[in-house]
Design a protein around this ligand. Sequence first.
Ligand code: NAD
Length: 253
Amino acid sequence: MSEELRDLEGLGALVTGGASGIGLATARLLAARGARVAVLDLAPDGLPGQLTGFKADVSDDASTRAAVDAAAEALGGLDVLVNNAGIGAAGTVEDNPDEQWHRVLDVNVLGMVRTTRAALPYLRRSARPAIVNTCSIAATAGLPQRALYSASKGAVLSLTLAMAADHVREGIRVNCVNPGTADTPWVARLLDAADDPEAERAALDARQPMGRLVTADEVAAAIVYLASPAAASVTGTALAVDGGMAGLRLRPA
Ligand code: NAD
């Protein structure tokens, strides 16, 4: 991707969960492409100078609404919303108590509903409005030990399609990306918790069709494409950035 491409000049973009990993890579790339960018995060600390941080919890409607309003004001409007904040959960249906189900669905699914609800009045005033949701291959892959997380991302996929249908005549495009396992602080935390992080990392790489994880920058490039004028006719799609995991049906020999 050319660093010279400034196709998002004049647009205001808000990225939730934009202080780390995929969200941070997305916020940086949006800014590099000319957008004014705000980040909504639980901890919007240490952001690069071109990003404006707003502290909010997407599981809290009032704080989310206040942050979206403040971001829209700071940016002079809102053209792009990237619903990316999310949390994980491991286990089968026997492992996660109801409270954990409520918590993960509250952040991963209702979090997107809250930010979208707050952002729609601003997006309606945009000439090129777009929403991109960070989903996951977990939405459709049938991953073991990920019942709750997969259910949350399955809901994100359905929500993306429903929102795309509801707002297509208003010119608001809605798409999602389905990352495979991505090399972010989230995965680093999981590996750090393992008995032998290096061996676990090697095993994780070996399970990928390409022999490596996808990078946050690669997922960000897909999100920014879906938010950009190049995708003007693209709505209601899920773009996999997973090194072939979902499509190739490859498993290590
Ligand atoms: P990350 O943990 O590095 O970053 C997540 C960010 O979201 C953090 O800055 C965190 O503070 C913020 N956040 C979490 N809960 C929040 C809340 N309630 N309100 C506001 N902000 C909140 O994670 P990541 O790997 O970059 O993941 C980002 C998204 O990508 C998530 O939706 C995740 O489900 C999805 N995803 C990740 C992977 C992966 O392998 N890393 C794969 C598929 C999908």
